[in-house]
Design a protein around this ligand. Sequence first.
Ligand SMILES: NC(=O)c1ccc[n+]([C@@H]2O[C@H](COP(=O)([O-])OP(=O)(O)OC[C@H]3O[C@@H](n4cnc5c(N)ncnc54)[C@H](O)[C@@H]3O)[C@@H](O)[C@H]2O)c1
Ligand SMILES: [Zn+2]
Length: 370
Amino acid sequence: VSAATRLRVELAERSYDIVVGNGLLARAGAEIAALGGREPVIVTDANLARTEHLARLEAGLAAAALRPRRIVLPAGEATKSAAQLEGLLDQLLELGVERGTTVVAFGGGVIGDLAGFAAAILLRGVPYVQVPTSLLAQVDSAVGGKTGINARQGKNLIGAFHQPRLVLADTDVLATLPPRELRAGYAEVVKYGLIDQPQFFAWLEDHGAALLAGDAAAQQHAIVTSCTAKAAIVAADERESDRRALLNLGHTFAHAYEALAGYGEALLHGEAVALGMLQAFALSARLGLCPPADLARLRAHLAAVGLPTEPCAIRPGGFETAAMLAAMGRDKKVAAGRMRFVLVRGIGAAFVSDQVPAEALRDVLDHRTD
Ligand SMILES: NC(=O)c1ccc[n+]([C@@H]2O[C@H](COP(=O)([O-])OP(=O)(O)OC[C@H]3O[C@@H](n4cnc5c(N)ncnc54)[C@H](O)[C@@H]3O)[C@@H](O)[C@H]2O)c1
Ligand SMILES: [Zn+2]
C-alpha cells in the first residue's frame, strides 16, 4: 500500500475530501464512520457483487464497527431509469433509512448517478459517499455532485445537484474493470490535459500505455490530476453557469454520436468523447483557431491507446451530417437555441464559444476539414 493522496473540493459547508490510492476499501470504515451513522447502505451492481471488492469494502466497514447493508441492482445504463429509482427508494425505505444514514454508491457512473439521486430526494436528502469503481467514475462522475437518471426523451434529463460527503477512489478495483471500459474512462483523463494542462497531456503520451496496462502509480497520478482539475472547476462554478462548461469538451459531438448509436455496446460514452474531442479540434482547426499539428497529435495519441478516431470505425460510412446536426440541436447544453461549443486554440487551451458558423460545423461533420 503506497501513500494515498487527499484532495479537497471547496464548497463552503458542502466541502468534501477525495481520497485516491490503493488499499482504500479495507480502510473505508474509519472514513465513513467519521460521517456518523452506524448502518450505511451500500448500493452496487451485479458485476461488482461478483468481484472480491464488495466483500473487501464490507469487511472494511465492519472493521470500524459499522453494520453495512447492501442493495444490488442490475449492471448497465438501463439501470439509470425511473423504474429502477423507484425500486431503489422502496428498498432503502424498507431498510429503515433515516436522515443520518449514509448511502455508499459503490460502482461506476451508473450506480453513482442513480444512488446519488436517490440520496438527494430520499427524506429530502441523506448523506452519501462515492466509492467509484470505473476509471470514468473515479476521474469524472463521482466528483461534482451531478446526480440523476435518464428519461425516454434523453440522457440525464431528470436529476439534482447533491454533493457527496466523501469520495474514495481505490485504484485496486480497476484491475477487474474490462479493458474497453478502462480505455473509455481514459478518454476523460485526456480531456483534462486538453482543457488547460498541456504538460499533463505530454505526460499521458509517455505514460498512458502503462496506466492502461495496470501501473498503479501512473493510475494514481492521472486520477489525482483529473480530480484536482475537476474539483477546481466545480469549486469555481458548482452549477455550470460558466467555467464548468469546459468539462463538456467534445461532449456536444459525443452526445450526438451516442444518441445515434443507441447508448449501448456499439459505442461507450468515453469512446464517443474520444471522437467528439477530435471533432472539437477539427472544428477549431477549420476555423483557423488551432494548429492542425495539435489535431494530428491528439489523433495519434488516441489511436495509440486504442480509442476510436474515426466515426466509420463505429458504423460503416460514419454518421449522416443531417442526423448529427439534429441530434446536437436536441442536446440539453443548447442555450436559447444557440449551440455552445468548447473550442481550442491548441492542446491545453480550451474556451467556450457560441459563435460557430453552421457552415464550418457542417464541413467538419462532412469530413471536409482542409
Ligand atoms: N454525474 C456526472 O457528473 C457524470 C459524468 C460523466 C458520466 N456520468 C454518467 O456515468 C455513466 C457511465 O459511467 P461508467 O462508464 O462508469 O458506466 P457503468 O457504471 O455502467 O460501468 C461500466 C461497466 O463496468 C462495470 N464495472 C464498473 N466497475 C467495475 C470494476 N471495478 N470491475 C468490474 N466491472 C466494473 C459495470 O458493472 C458496468 O458494466 C453514464 O450514465 C454517464 O451519464 C455522470
Ligand atoms: Zn463525459
